[in-house]
Write a protein that binds this ligand. Structure first.
Ligand code: ADP
Length: 550
């Protein structure tokens, strides 16, 4: 017999507003710190749903957001899906061409945009062909925008009723959507149905997930445009936790202040965020005593980070996930029989990407197509499946052919699994660079660089970076007539026309030829290796990929 209602987001909102009407939601907005309760949140969310309906948004329509983490953005998180529409969170850090592509691909009807991000969106709109035709804009605040023709959010909702009869939405109805950057081509859309978000929330709430309860104060630093801030706003609402949103471009000082003033107990972000906070704490007196758990993911958590937080009495939970897995896939909880293990063993385990969360299954497939042994040494590609793991990309049949098999998602992450079941990422098949939690497509940069008349060949690789985890470095074979003095600047200028500043390579090195694999592809592994050797071995310049300094 089926259950009485579908698996949707509605009961999470219902529970928080009825059981915890006075629990606070605090938000560092562009117009100051705002504080209200779940009860007021509920009223505003209803007003928003009524306003969207009045604006013509119907079941199945897509509504975009182009926003940082704040309470108005959080209002869209429940209003849009719970009225039967679909929330498409757009990453504002992408190059304009990607933004144009995804708005068009998703067919967004209306986009909520932050005042500070309006110039960026306006730039993408101005350069667009017809991608934004018919899209309405609402700017997050009380004021009009100088950059875009947009209704201020507060005027958009103000005249509408503060209750709304949330419908019975089908659990297979798409509720959310997020694009992920692929190695080649345009970003790929992943849709989250109501059921996927429900089951992800419930799994997050298990002790082996990232649970959040009514005595927690939850602050997602991971952007709400990144896989729903790793689902935290849903998980925190389900648990009735106080929520704190750090707002536009939070600096370490802003995070420290919110942790201290609001008593944050759980927060989450990429390693770059925590490195920034650690730095800030080394120079300033910060009271971290309320903080209990920090969830680190998106890129590998360094052991030194786990140890530093241990010293502050804060537990790091290292988590792995992807846009395609909504995103939580594994968390590095310590198994009960390891509690008394040597401290080195414990840190080793906790710095791995961890134990698969309840509800998912995975296997690790080696080069020969067989599953590898769980011995911490043999490696292969991680395949994963489960109720909140997608089985297809939105309107991308060619990617569906390669990235899925028999219901499994082929993650492109190369992993080992040890005898205790801890998964560890050892490499990435995807030829992309992850800088501060954001993707840079090396292939796209290579093509852009090779479009320069004086470039014969170019390879871009990610090299380890203390703060950003990885940064792009370009290895360029100049053409015969190239002016080597001016070429790097010309390349930089050319890239800056098309890409955001953070995409530009940190270094452009000249080399004699790009090392190739047996099949003639650029051998990124060799380039990375030789680049690393070169910086280690003083004065010795390796052959093929050697930066040509003469
Ligand atoms: P997210 O927004 O969570 O970063 P993406 O889909 O953009 O999701 O990126 C997912 C990819 O990021 C994974 O396939 C993996 O390569 C990398 N990744 C995620 N978490 C970790 C982690 N804890 N350690 C190392 N790499 C990670």
């Amino acid at each position: 017999m089926p259950g009485g209602t579908s698996q949707t987001l509605r009961p999470f909102l219902w529970r928080a507003t009825n059981l915890y009407p006075d629990t606070e939601i605090v938000s560092r907005n562009h117009d100051g710190l705002q504080r209200y309760t779940y009860s007021e949140y509920d009223a505003r969310t209803c007003q928003l749903a009524n306003a969207l309906e009045a604006a013509g948004i119907e079941t199945g329509d897509r509504v975009g957001t182009f926003c940082w983490n704040h309470s108005r953005h959080f209002e869209t998180y429940f209003a849009v899906p719970s009225m039967g529409a679909q929330l498409h969170t757009i990453n504002p850090l992408l190059p304009d061409a990607h933004i144009q592509y995804i708005v068009d691909n998703a067919d967004d009807q209306l986009i909520f945009v932050d005042p500070s991000l309006a110039p960026k969106l306006a730039g993408a709109v101005a350069d667009a062909d017809d991608e934004f035709d018919g899209v309405d804009f609402v700017v997050m605040g009380s004021e009009e925008s100088d950059d875009l023709e947009a209704t201020p959010y507060e005027s958009f909702i103000e005249d509408h009723e503060s209750d709304y009869d949330w419908p019975d939405v089908d659990e297979d109805q798409p509720a959310g959507m997020c694009y992920t950057s692929g190695t080649t081509g345009n970003p790929k859309g992943v849709e989250y149905t109501q059921q996927m978000l429900w089951s992800h929330t419930m799994a997050s709430q298990t002790p082996q997930g990232i649970p959040m309860a009514d005595d927690d104060v939850v602050m997602p630093v991971v952007p709400m445009f990144h896989v729903n801030a790793w689902g935290m706003p849903f998980t925190a609402t389900a648990g009735g936790a106080k929520q704190v949103f750090p707002g536009p471009s939070p600096e370490p000082e802003d995070l420290a202040t919110l942790i201290e003033d609001e008593g944050v107990t759980i927060s989450a972000g990429v390693p770059t965020v925590w490195l920034g906070l650690m730095d800030y704490c080394s120079e300033n007196e910060v009271d971290l005593s309320a903080l209990e758990t920090v969830i680190v993911g998106g890129s590998a958590a360094p052991k030194s980070m786990i140890e530093w937080f241990d010293e502050q009495g804060v537990e790091v939970l290292h988590a792995w996930g992807m846009t395609e897995t909504a995103p939580i896939g594994s968390v590095s909880h310590l198994k009960a029989d390891l509690h008394d293990a040597a401290s080195d063993t414990k840190i080793d385990k906790r710095s791995k990407q961890g134990l698969v969360v309840p509800g998912l299954e995975f296997k690790v497939v080696g080069d020969d197509g067989n599953e590898v042994a769980w011995n911490g040494e043999e490696f292969g590609e991680l395949w994963i499946r489960g109720p909140w793991v997608t089985t297809e990309y939105f309107k991308r049949p060619e990617a569906n052919e390669t990235d899925f098999e028999d219901g499994w998602l082929k993650t492109g992450d190369v992993v080992t699994v040890d005898a205790d079941g801890y998964m560890e990422i050892v490499d990435r098949e995807k030829d992309v660079i992850k800088s501060g939690g954001e993707w840079i497509s090396s292939v796209e940069l290579e093509n852009a660089i090779m479009a320069h008349d004086d470039v014969a060949e170019a390879a871009v690789v990610g090299v380890p970076h203390e703060r950003w985890q990885e940064r792009p470095v370009a290895f360029v074979v100049p053409g015969e007539d190239a002016d080597r003095e001016s070429l790097p600047d010309e390349i930089d200028d050319m890239l800056a026309d098309e890409y955001p500043k953070w995409w530009l390579p940190d270094e452009i090195e000249f080399i004699k030829q790009v090392p190739k694999t047996a099949t003639g592809k650029f051998s990124k592994k060799d380039i990375r290796q030789e680049y690393a050797d070169q910086s280690l071995v003083d004065g010795q310049v390796p052959d093929e990929a050697a930066p040509d300094r003469d």
